[in-house]
Design a binder for this molecule. Structure first.
Ligand code: FNR
Length: 379
Protein backbone atom coordinates (compact mmCIF):
# COMPACT_ATOMS: atom_id res chain seq x y z
CA UNK A 1 0.00 0.00 0.00
CA UNK A 2 1.60 3.28 -1.11
CA UNK A 3 1.09 6.17 1.30
CA UNK A 4 0.21 9.24 -0.77
CA UNK A 5 1.81 12.36 0.64
CA UNK A 6 2.22 14.50 -2.48
CA UNK A 7 1.12 14.60 -6.11
CA UNK A 8 4.47 13.21 -7.22
CA UNK A 9 3.53 9.92 -5.52
CA UNK A 10 0.53 9.75 -7.84
CA UNK A 11 2.71 10.48 -10.86
CA UNK A 12 4.91 7.53 -9.98
CA UNK A 13 1.90 5.26 -9.54
CA UNK A 14 0.33 6.44 -12.81
CA UNK A 15 3.56 5.69 -14.65
CA UNK A 16 3.33 2.10 -13.45
CA UNK A 17 -0.39 1.66 -14.10
CA UNK A 18 -1.11 3.17 -17.52
CA UNK A 19 0.46 2.39 -20.90
CA UNK A 20 3.62 4.24 -21.77
CA UNK A 21 2.06 6.06 -24.76
CA UNK A 22 -0.70 7.47 -22.54
CA UNK A 23 1.68 8.41 -19.71
CA UNK A 24 3.99 10.18 -22.16
CA UNK A 25 1.03 12.01 -23.72
CA UNK A 26 0.17 13.36 -20.26
CA UNK A 27 3.68 13.97 -18.99
CA UNK A 28 5.37 15.39 -22.07
CA UNK A 29 5.69 18.76 -23.75
CA UNK A 30 6.59 20.09 -27.16
CA UNK A 31 9.99 19.88 -28.90
CA UNK A 32 12.89 20.03 -26.42
CA UNK A 33 10.48 20.52 -23.50
CA UNK A 34 12.33 23.69 -22.45
CA UNK A 35 9.14 25.55 -21.56
CA UNK A 36 7.74 22.49 -19.84
CA UNK A 37 10.87 22.32 -17.67
CA UNK A 38 10.86 26.08 -17.07
CA UNK A 39 7.26 25.97 -15.78
CA UNK A 40 8.38 23.83 -12.84
CA UNK A 41 11.84 25.31 -12.40
CA UNK A 42 10.59 28.90 -12.15
CA UNK A 43 7.85 27.98 -9.68
CA UNK A 44 10.42 26.14 -7.55
CA UNK A 45 12.67 29.22 -7.53
CA UNK A 46 10.02 31.44 -5.91
CA UNK A 47 10.26 31.59 -2.14
CA UNK A 48 7.47 32.16 0.33
CA UNK A 49 7.89 34.53 3.26
CA UNK A 50 7.58 32.89 6.65
CA UNK A 51 5.62 34.94 9.22
CA UNK A 52 5.11 34.06 12.86
CA UNK A 53 2.86 35.05 15.76
CA UNK A 54 -0.12 35.84 13.53
CA UNK A 55 -3.50 34.46 14.61
CA UNK A 56 -4.14 32.02 11.77
CA UNK A 57 -6.81 30.00 13.51
CA UNK A 58 -9.65 30.83 11.09
CA UNK A 59 -8.25 30.43 7.62
CA UNK A 60 -10.43 30.92 4.53
CA UNK A 61 -9.77 29.37 1.16
CA UNK A 62 -13.24 29.87 -0.32
CA UNK A 63 -13.47 32.26 -3.26
CA UNK A 64 -15.30 33.02 -6.49
CA UNK A 65 -13.59 32.10 -9.78
CA UNK A 66 -15.02 33.66 -12.95
CA UNK A 67 -18.43 33.72 -11.28
CA UNK A 68 -18.29 30.17 -9.86
CA UNK A 69 -18.05 29.68 -6.12
CA UNK A 70 -15.18 27.46 -5.07
CA UNK A 71 -13.98 25.93 -1.81
CA UNK A 72 -10.40 26.78 -2.79
CA UNK A 73 -8.80 28.71 -5.67
CA UNK A 74 -8.33 25.66 -7.90
CA UNK A 75 -9.99 24.56 -11.15
CA UNK A 76 -9.46 21.22 -12.88
CA UNK A 77 -7.95 22.18 -16.23
CA UNK A 78 -9.40 21.01 -19.53
CA UNK A 79 -7.37 18.11 -20.86
CA UNK A 80 -8.09 16.12 -24.00
CA UNK A 81 -8.34 12.31 -23.82
CA UNK A 82 -8.65 12.14 -20.01
CA UNK A 83 -11.05 9.27 -20.63
CA UNK A 84 -8.14 7.23 -21.99
CA UNK A 85 -6.03 7.85 -18.89
CA UNK A 86 -8.79 6.03 -16.99
CA UNK A 87 -12.15 4.76 -18.25
CA UNK A 88 -14.80 7.49 -17.81
CA UNK A 89 -11.99 9.78 -16.71
CA UNK A 90 -13.83 13.04 -17.29
CA UNK A 91 -16.90 11.88 -15.38
CA UNK A 92 -14.76 10.71 -12.44
CA UNK A 93 -12.80 13.96 -12.37
CA UNK A 94 -16.00 16.03 -12.50
CA UNK A 95 -17.36 14.02 -9.55
CA UNK A 96 -14.12 14.52 -7.60
CA UNK A 97 -14.31 18.26 -8.33
CA UNK A 98 -17.93 18.29 -7.09
CA UNK A 99 -16.90 16.60 -3.85
CA UNK A 100 -14.03 19.05 -3.33
CA UNK A 101 -16.19 22.05 -4.25
CA UNK A 102 -14.08 23.26 -7.18
CA UNK A 103 -14.98 23.83 -10.83
CA UNK A 104 -14.22 21.13 -13.39
CA UNK A 105 -13.49 22.19 -16.97
CA UNK A 106 -14.30 19.71 -19.76
CA UNK A 107 -12.18 19.78 -22.93
CA UNK A 108 -13.61 19.92 -26.45
CA UNK A 109 -11.56 16.79 -27.19
CA UNK A 110 -12.70 14.79 -24.18
CA UNK A 111 -13.66 11.14 -24.39
CA UNK A 112 -16.84 11.55 -22.29
CA UNK A 113 -19.25 14.01 -23.87
CA UNK A 114 -20.76 17.21 -22.47
CA UNK A 115 -24.03 15.33 -21.93
CA UNK A 116 -22.39 12.39 -20.12
CA UNK A 117 -20.61 14.74 -17.72
CA UNK A 118 -23.78 16.81 -17.22
CA UNK A 119 -25.69 13.65 -16.28
CA UNK A 120 -23.08 12.68 -13.67
CA UNK A 121 -22.00 16.02 -12.20
CA UNK A 122 -23.84 17.94 -9.53
CA UNK A 123 -22.27 21.37 -9.83
CA UNK A 124 -22.30 23.29 -13.11
CA UNK A 125 -19.02 22.55 -14.87
CA UNK A 126 -17.06 24.66 -17.35
CA UNK A 127 -16.63 23.83 -21.03
CA UNK A 128 -13.45 24.52 -23.00
CA UNK A 129 -13.85 25.40 -26.67
CA UNK A 130 -11.38 25.08 -29.52
CA UNK A 131 -12.15 27.06 -32.65
CA UNK A 132 -12.51 24.52 -35.40
CA UNK A 133 -12.83 25.13 -39.11
CA UNK A 134 -16.47 24.05 -39.18
CA UNK A 135 -18.23 27.10 -37.72
CA UNK A 136 -21.63 25.42 -37.58
CA UNK A 137 -20.13 22.64 -35.51
CA UNK A 138 -18.49 25.14 -33.13
CA UNK A 139 -21.87 26.88 -32.76
CA UNK A 140 -23.48 23.51 -32.00
CA UNK A 141 -20.88 22.82 -29.29
CA UNK A 142 -21.61 26.21 -27.69
CA UNK A 143 -25.34 25.43 -27.78
CA UNK A 144 -24.70 22.03 -26.15
CA UNK A 145 -22.63 23.66 -23.41
CA UNK A 146 -25.44 26.18 -22.81
CA UNK A 147 -28.05 23.39 -22.73
CA UNK A 148 -25.91 21.56 -20.15
CA UNK A 149 -25.91 24.79 -18.09
CA UNK A 150 -22.15 25.07 -18.10
CA UNK A 151 -21.10 27.92 -15.84
CA UNK A 152 -18.31 29.27 -18.05
CA UNK A 153 -17.02 28.90 -21.58
CA UNK A 154 -13.23 28.73 -21.77
CA UNK A 155 -11.92 29.58 -25.23
CA UNK A 156 -8.41 28.25 -25.73
CA UNK A 157 -6.45 30.55 -28.02
CA UNK A 158 -2.93 29.10 -27.95
CA UNK A 159 -3.49 26.22 -30.34
CA UNK A 160 -3.98 27.59 -33.88
CA UNK A 161 -1.55 24.82 -34.87
CA UNK A 162 -0.04 22.08 -32.70
CA UNK A 163 3.44 22.16 -31.27
CA UNK A 164 5.16 18.89 -32.13
CA UNK A 165 5.38 16.48 -29.24
CA UNK A 166 8.20 14.13 -30.05
CA UNK A 167 7.09 11.51 -27.56
CA UNK A 168 3.60 11.22 -29.10
CA UNK A 169 5.00 10.75 -32.58
CA UNK A 170 7.51 8.15 -31.42
CA UNK A 171 4.81 6.27 -29.48
CA UNK A 172 2.40 6.36 -32.42
CA UNK A 173 -0.33 8.26 -30.56
CA UNK A 174 -3.11 8.37 -33.12
CA UNK A 175 -6.89 8.49 -33.48
CA UNK A 176 -7.98 5.75 -33.08
CA UNK A 177 -4.97 4.40 -31.14
CA UNK A 178 -2.44 2.64 -33.40
CA UNK A 179 -1.92 -0.87 -32.23
CA UNK A 180 1.74 -1.53 -32.87
CA UNK A 181 3.36 -4.63 -31.42
CA UNK A 182 5.15 -2.43 -28.87
CA UNK A 183 1.89 -0.72 -27.80
CA UNK A 184 0.11 -4.08 -27.53
CA UNK A 185 2.86 -5.61 -25.42
CA UNK A 186 2.89 -2.58 -23.16
CA UNK A 187 -0.91 -2.60 -22.80
CA UNK A 188 -0.77 -6.30 -21.94
CA UNK A 189 1.23 -5.38 -18.83
CA UNK A 190 -1.54 -2.98 -17.72
CA UNK A 191 -4.58 -5.30 -17.90
CA UNK A 192 -6.67 -3.42 -15.31
CA UNK A 193 -6.42 -0.23 -17.36
CA UNK A 194 -7.35 -2.05 -20.59
CA UNK A 195 -10.21 -4.09 -19.16
CA UNK A 196 -11.84 -1.02 -17.63
CA UNK A 197 -11.59 0.80 -20.93
CA UNK A 198 -12.98 -2.15 -22.87
CA UNK A 199 -15.89 -2.43 -20.43
CA UNK A 200 -16.64 1.29 -20.84
CA UNK A 201 -16.38 0.96 -24.66
CA UNK A 202 -15.36 4.58 -25.10
CA UNK A 203 -12.24 5.32 -27.14
CA UNK A 204 -13.29 8.25 -29.31
CA UNK A 205 -13.87 11.96 -28.76
CA UNK A 206 -17.36 12.03 -27.18
CA UNK A 207 -18.20 15.59 -28.25
CA UNK A 208 -17.13 14.96 -31.81
CA UNK A 209 -19.00 11.69 -32.45
CA UNK A 210 -20.52 11.77 -35.90
CA UNK A 211 -18.38 14.76 -36.81
CA UNK A 212 -15.00 13.15 -37.43
CA UNK A 213 -14.68 11.93 -40.98
CA UNK A 214 -13.06 8.48 -41.23
CA UNK A 215 -9.28 8.84 -40.91
CA UNK A 216 -6.70 6.82 -42.81
CA UNK A 217 -5.26 4.19 -40.47
CA UNK A 218 -2.59 5.55 -38.17
CA UNK A 219 -3.41 9.24 -38.70
CA UNK A 220 -1.40 10.96 -35.99
CA UNK A 221 -3.27 12.95 -33.41
CA UNK A 222 -1.27 16.06 -34.37
CA UNK A 223 -2.11 15.59 -38.06
CA UNK A 224 -5.78 15.20 -37.27
CA UNK A 225 -5.82 18.37 -35.17
CA UNK A 226 -4.11 20.35 -37.92
CA UNK A 227 -6.88 19.29 -40.29
CA UNK A 228 -9.73 20.28 -37.98
CA UNK A 229 -8.57 23.32 -36.02
CA UNK A 230 -8.81 26.84 -37.38
CA UNK A 231 -5.51 28.68 -37.81
CA UNK A 232 -7.27 31.74 -39.31
CA UNK A 233 -8.42 33.18 -35.99
CA UNK A 234 -8.55 36.66 -34.54
CA UNK A 235 -10.13 38.67 -31.73
CA UNK A 236 -13.25 39.23 -33.92
CA UNK A 237 -14.03 35.56 -33.41
CA UNK A 238 -14.52 36.28 -29.72
CA UNK A 239 -17.31 38.73 -30.62
CA UNK A 240 -18.95 35.95 -32.64
CA UNK A 241 -18.65 33.52 -29.72
CA UNK A 242 -20.08 36.13 -27.35
CA UNK A 243 -23.08 36.52 -29.65
CA UNK A 244 -23.83 32.82 -29.05
CA UNK A 245 -22.77 32.47 -25.40
CA UNK A 246 -24.63 34.39 -22.72
CA UNK A 247 -22.51 33.30 -19.73
CA UNK A 248 -19.03 33.96 -18.40
CA UNK A 249 -16.30 33.93 -21.02
CA UNK A 250 -12.75 32.91 -20.14
CA UNK A 251 -9.85 33.23 -22.59
CA UNK A 252 -7.14 30.65 -21.97
CA UNK A 253 -3.60 30.61 -23.28
CA UNK A 254 -2.34 34.19 -22.89
CA UNK A 255 1.20 35.03 -21.74
CA UNK A 256 1.79 38.40 -23.40
CA UNK A 257 0.58 41.70 -21.85
CA UNK A 258 -0.59 43.03 -25.25
CA UNK A 259 -2.63 39.88 -25.82
CA UNK A 260 -4.06 40.17 -22.32
CA UNK A 261 -5.24 43.72 -23.01
CA UNK A 262 -6.73 42.59 -26.33
CA UNK A 263 -8.55 39.73 -24.61
CA UNK A 264 -10.12 42.12 -22.10
CA UNK A 265 -11.07 44.55 -24.88
CA UNK A 266 -12.69 41.61 -26.71
CA UNK A 267 -14.91 41.08 -23.68
CA UNK A 268 -13.27 38.32 -21.62
CA UNK A 269 -14.53 38.06 -18.05
CA UNK A 270 -11.36 36.22 -17.09
CA UNK A 271 -8.12 35.10 -18.69
CA UNK A 272 -5.91 32.11 -18.01
CA UNK A 273 -2.20 32.85 -18.11
CA UNK A 274 -1.04 29.61 -19.67
CA UNK A 275 1.42 28.19 -22.16
CA UNK A 276 -0.66 25.02 -22.45
CA UNK A 277 1.56 23.29 -19.93
CA UNK A 278 4.63 23.64 -22.17
CA UNK A 279 2.92 21.69 -24.95
CA UNK A 280 2.79 24.44 -27.59
CA UNK A 281 5.48 27.11 -28.15
CA UNK A 282 8.80 25.77 -26.90
CA UNK A 283 11.34 28.33 -25.63
CA UNK A 284 8.59 30.73 -24.62
CA UNK A 285 8.59 32.03 -21.03
CA UNK A 286 7.43 29.86 -18.19
CA UNK A 287 3.88 30.62 -17.23
CA UNK A 288 4.84 31.96 -13.80
CA UNK A 289 7.44 34.31 -15.37
CA UNK A 290 4.70 35.68 -17.63
CA UNK A 291 2.13 36.19 -14.86
CA UNK A 292 3.30 39.54 -13.37
CA UNK A 293 3.35 41.26 -16.80
CA UNK A 294 -0.20 40.15 -17.51
CA UNK A 295 -1.39 41.20 -14.04
CA UNK A 296 0.08 44.67 -14.60
CA UNK A 297 -1.54 44.96 -18.04
CA UNK A 298 -5.00 43.84 -16.90
CA UNK A 299 -5.10 46.30 -13.97
CA UNK A 300 -7.91 44.46 -12.20
CA UNK A 301 -10.31 44.62 -15.16
CA UNK A 302 -10.79 40.81 -15.16
CA UNK A 303 -10.04 37.75 -13.06
CA UNK A 304 -6.67 36.23 -13.83
CA UNK A 305 -6.26 32.48 -13.59
CA UNK A 306 -2.91 30.78 -13.87
CA UNK A 307 -1.68 27.35 -14.90
CA UNK A 308 1.54 25.58 -15.81
CA UNK A 309 3.47 23.40 -13.41
CA UNK A 310 1.12 23.57 -10.42
CA UNK A 311 1.72 20.40 -8.40
CA UNK A 312 1.22 21.57 -4.80
CA UNK A 313 -0.59 24.00 -2.55
CA UNK A 314 2.67 25.94 -2.23
CA UNK A 315 2.55 26.46 -6.03
CA UNK A 316 -1.04 27.71 -5.75
CA UNK A 317 -0.02 30.21 -3.05
CA UNK A 318 2.90 31.45 -5.17
CA UNK A 319 0.60 32.13 -8.11
CA UNK A 320 -1.89 33.94 -5.85
CA UNK A 321 0.95 36.00 -4.40
CA UNK A 322 1.90 37.09 -7.92
CA UNK A 323 -1.63 38.28 -8.69
CA UNK A 324 -3.64 35.27 -9.89
CA UNK A 325 -7.04 34.74 -8.32
CA UNK A 326 -6.95 30.98 -8.91
CA UNK A 327 -4.93 28.25 -10.59
CA UNK A 328 -5.85 25.44 -12.91
CA UNK A 329 -4.26 22.03 -12.45
CA UNK A 330 -3.70 19.83 -15.48
CA UNK A 331 -1.16 17.05 -15.16
CA UNK A 332 -1.52 16.75 -11.39
CA UNK A 333 -5.14 15.62 -11.72
CA UNK A 334 -4.31 13.33 -14.64
CA UNK A 335 -1.61 11.63 -12.54
CA UNK A 336 -4.25 11.03 -9.87
CA UNK A 337 -6.66 9.69 -12.46
CA UNK A 338 -4.06 7.34 -13.93
CA UNK A 339 -2.94 6.20 -10.50
CA UNK A 340 -6.31 5.38 -8.99
CA UNK A 341 -9.28 6.78 -10.92
CA UNK A 342 -11.73 8.80 -8.83
CA UNK A 343 -9.82 8.11 -5.59
CA UNK A 344 -6.65 9.41 -7.21
CA UNK A 345 -8.26 12.71 -8.22
CA UNK A 346 -9.77 13.01 -4.73
CA UNK A 347 -6.26 12.53 -3.34
CA UNK A 348 -4.78 15.25 -5.59
CA UNK A 349 -7.39 17.78 -4.53
CA UNK A 350 -7.05 16.79 -0.85
CA UNK A 351 -3.24 17.04 -0.92
CA UNK A 352 -3.27 20.44 -2.65
CA UNK A 353 -5.91 21.75 -0.26
CA UNK A 354 -3.96 20.64 2.83
CA UNK A 355 -0.70 22.06 1.48
CA UNK A 356 -2.34 25.39 0.66
CA UNK A 357 -3.95 25.53 4.08
CA UNK A 358 -0.71 24.84 5.96
CA UNK A 359 1.33 27.20 3.73
CA UNK A 360 -1.22 29.97 4.32
CA UNK A 361 -0.85 29.47 8.08
CA UNK A 362 2.96 29.51 7.95
CA UNK A 363 3.00 32.69 5.86
CA UNK A 364 0.45 34.39 8.12
CA UNK A 365 -2.17 34.45 5.36
CA UNK A 366 -5.66 34.19 6.83
CA UNK A 367 -7.61 34.47 3.59
CA UNK A 368 -6.64 33.58 0.03
CA UNK A 369 -7.63 37.13 -0.92
CA UNK A 370 -4.78 38.42 1.31
CA UNK A 371 -2.05 36.68 -0.69
CA UNK A 372 0.12 39.20 -2.46
CA UNK A 373 3.61 40.65 -2.62
CA UNK A 374 3.77 40.42 1.19
CA UNK A 375 3.56 36.61 0.89
CA UNK A 376 6.83 36.34 -1.02
CA UNK A 377 10.39 36.37 0.31
CA UNK A 378 12.71 38.78 -1.43
CA UNK A 379 16.39 39.22 -0.58
C1 FNR B 1 -3.77 19.80 -21.89
N1 FNR B 1 -4.19 21.13 -22.02
C2 FNR B 1 -5.34 21.41 -22.73
N2 FNR B 1 -5.83 22.69 -22.74
C3 FNR B 1 -6.98 22.98 -23.36
O1 FNR B 1 -7.41 24.12 -23.33
N3 FNR B 1 -7.68 21.98 -24.02
C4 FNR B 1 -7.23 20.69 -24.05
O2 FNR B 1 -7.87 19.82 -24.63
C5 FNR B 1 -6.01 20.40 -23.42
N4 FNR B 1 -5.50 19.13 -23.44
C6 FNR B 1 -4.43 18.80 -22.63
C7 FNR B 1 -4.04 17.47 -22.51
C8 FNR B 1 -3.01 17.14 -21.63
C9 FNR B 1 -2.61 15.70 -21.47
C10 FNR B 1 -2.37 18.14 -20.87
C11 FNR B 1 -1.27 17.80 -19.90
C12 FNR B 1 -2.73 19.45 -21.02
C13 FNR B 1 -3.52 22.18 -21.23
C14 FNR B 1 -4.14 22.27 -19.83
O3 FNR B 1 -5.44 22.77 -19.85
C15 FNR B 1 -3.29 23.19 -18.92
O4 FNR B 1 -3.11 24.42 -19.53
C16 FNR B 1 -1.94 22.58 -18.56
O5 FNR B 1 -2.06 21.19 -18.34
C17 FNR B 1 -1.37 23.26 -17.31
O6 FNR B 1 -0.12 22.76 -16.99
P1 FNR B 1 0.13 21.58 -15.94
O7 FNR B 1 -0.78 21.82 -14.74
O8 FNR B 1 -0.24 20.31 -16.65
O9 FNR B 1 1.56 21.66 -15.65
Amino acid sequence: MTVITCTDDLRRLARRRIPRAIFDYVDGGSYDELTLTANRRDLDAIRLRQRVMVDVSGRNMACTIAGSSAAMPVVIAPTGLAGLVHARGEVLAAQAADAAGVPFCLSTVSICSIEEVAAAAVRPFWFQLYLMKDRDFVASLIARAAAAQCAALVVTVDLPVTGQRHRDLKNGLSVPPRLTLGNLLDMATKPAWGLRLLAGRRFTFGNLDGHIPPQPRGTSMAHWIMGQFQPAIGWDDIAWIKSLWPGKLVIKGVTDPDDARAAIDAGADAIVVSNHGGRQLDSGPSSIAALPGVVAAVKGRADILFDGGVRSGQDVLKALALGASATMVGRAFLYGLGADGRRGVDAVLRVIRQELDISMALTGTRDVAEAGARTLFTD
